[in-house]
Design a protein around this ligand. Sequence first.
Ligand SMILES: *Cc1c(COP(=O)(O)O)cnc(C)c1O
Length: 489
Amino acid sequence: MPLRAEPLLSERSVRGRRGVRYPRPARLPADHELPAHLRRRALRLPELSELDVVRHYTRLSQKNFGVDTHFIPLGSCTMKYNPKLNDRLSFLPGFQNLHPLTTQEALQGILELFFELEKWLCELCGMDAFTLQPAAGAHGELAGILIARAYHRSRKESARVEVLIPDSAHGTNPASAALGGFTVIPIRSNTRGRVDLEDFKSKLGPRTALVMLTVPNTLGLFEDEILEIARLGHEAGALLYLDGANLNALMGILKPGELGFDLLHLNLHKTFSIPHGGGGPGGGPLGVRKSLEDFLPMPRVVREKGAYRLRENSKKTIGRIRSFFGNVGALVRAYAYIRSLGGTGLRQVSETAVLHANYLRVRLRKEFPSFVDEPCMHECVLQAVGPSWNGVKTQDVAKRLLDFGFYAPTIYFPLIVPEALMIEPTETESKQTLDEFIEAMRQIAQEAQSCPERLRAAPHHTHVRRVDEVQAARKPNLRWGRGEGGGGL
Ligand SMILES: *Cc1c(COP(=O)(O)O)cnc(C)c1O
């Protein structure tokens, strides 16, 4: 805790104080300044020394939670440790300074990396081709949806306008389907947290374009009737799409292609350890079966006579979905991650991730029962319900965890679970950390009985206390400065 209230940058401001002043070059180009009418006269920015600014931003960064400082058991989003090796490799000047408009001869190195990365992803997923362009999971979904649309149109099956999506799905699934012009038909989950087969059958038909599933699903459970679902879906003429955000449970253990999926996206920034949060930059490659390959976005990397080339034309392509080649820095990191672990290492990642989730699930069983009390995969969905909770909500548990130095799990998701806490420990945490987390969770369950008020007012030890989230969403205050209408910097 700070000993005294920290002044705002504006309060430290001293007129005329500067950080650095570089000498003016002897000769300035004639147009070195913006025309006067485009310039604002009074910016009223704080005037500070370089040291003031460095301290301010360093302190701000220390108030934050990140994987490099805290355990982030955020379910669905796989916040694992991002090995520094991957950063180092992506910062190599040959990658970092490469211009996307340079000649294809000069691009040979990065094209080879793309080509090899695509092959690795195909091998891991049992797919025939990948596009590396999508910048995130939701972007991969949209590419997949557009491919499904183009595929059905090419077969003169334009009446297929519906996408079936389980009610436990991530919100991006229905959003992507709707954006692609489809009607979303929700499928009910059964009491075991899986797709209700009868409900699925009743909604499947000649209007179904796509069945969009998540395996393991957002409850961290394996969809154990998947072979039957795939058979029925194909029989009805639909394509089967996998939201592959949960690949962290499957690597080296199971290839989604062998379950019958026709197309899938991955989240490189989740499974393949690319730093994420705050919106990117990530990677959401889309993999497809041979029969869909011609629909992939252009350009594609091909190898001819020992050299790599970008193929730009294809009759059936859905077109470009991203400038240049995608988030190249993210792709280099994913490639480095895969190559440094190899096939055996990746399998070990998934096995350990599953083991850790089950360890937490079982050791927390008494205080936080699972929504479905069965072995889970890489994440578990627990609940804070029952009379012993004294009206304390999951939200309060999440806030109190911050006081113990843990980031909050995903809460109130999936939507079908009341008072849900979705916990994904990942493979990169040690047993000590998991035990400390379990201890904190148990203490919180105790506090719900002995002093529920403390939980309702949590967090108590963070720089920012409980915020009014409804107000923050409805009336966001984004202005700089303290006082009326100001957010404070
Ligand atoms: C994260 C996630 C998405 C969306 O991925 P983004 O990269 O955030 O766009 C979709 N589905 C599931 C299950 C996810 O966990």
